[in-house]
Design a protein around this ligand. Sequence first.
Ligand code: AMP
Length: 294
Amino acid sequence: MGRKRTVKMGGGADNIIMKIVETVADLKKLRDKMPGPVGFVPTMGYLHQGHLVLVRQARAENASVAVSIFVNPTQFGPKEDFRQYPRDPERDLALLEGEGTDVVFMPPVEEIYPPGFSKWVEVGRLSRRLEGASRPGHFRGVATVVARLFDLVRPDRAYFGQKDAQQLLVIKKMVADLALGLEIVAVPTVREADGLAMSSRNTYLNPEEREQALVLYQALTLAQRLYSDGEKDAAAIRQKMTALIQKQPLADIDYVSIADAETLEELAEVKPPALVSMAVRIGKTRLIDNIVVG
Ligand code: AMP
């Protein structure tokens, strides 16, 4: 059933066996043998430290850890980067092995979306704001694949990054609405030493773009500073953030938002907890980042 990899953990005599499965049938067989609680980390692969922090937390809190690697076509728009999205499964597997992962599920597209697949999960209002407004259908794809993965993996806990704050809210809402009965654990954003949020898409950036990409974090830091200094007018903060971002010649703003951190409704007056978030294109690469001010 699937592939197995063995790694000897430093110093100790323990042999940890990580199982790699590619089909729903194999996953189901394996799942029945996994000791609970089961922690699950869904990813699109091309793993970095941001992903690995989720895996580490899942490892610390559960008897078994499952990770999925699946570049989900239905969450990409027709003009988006599904085809170019970076992939390096062998490197991902080595990293996951190092974190003591028990099971890696890396299905081909037809395993998740068999021919004639027609069961979609749509999360209402929350899905239509911010990322949802810029990327129509994105959260329908996200909610559908995550629901499908939850159904297969049957985790007790699933781990999601605050880096994708709206995704986290959409998944929490889906879990509540469908009474899926698992815990969604939010993990803080992991950043590079200079503040850039880690992302698989950072690999698209050339050196000049990488430098200018730092403006996202600088704008978030500016928002936090203005708020801490007493500025409560959201429009004023947004305007200063926008001006800062526009100083970078390669930056093109998609949105800059200051919204209620639960409903995602735009705020006129900043009241904590407020989600300050943005999507900015640096050259051709669309990056997102956020902080919660309060
Ligand atoms: P992705 O592979 O981009 O779909 O991400 C898989 C999971 O890792 C999602 O829950 C993301 O929010 C999370 N993640 C991605 N980047 C980071 C980061 N820099 N810090 C924390 N979590 C992250």
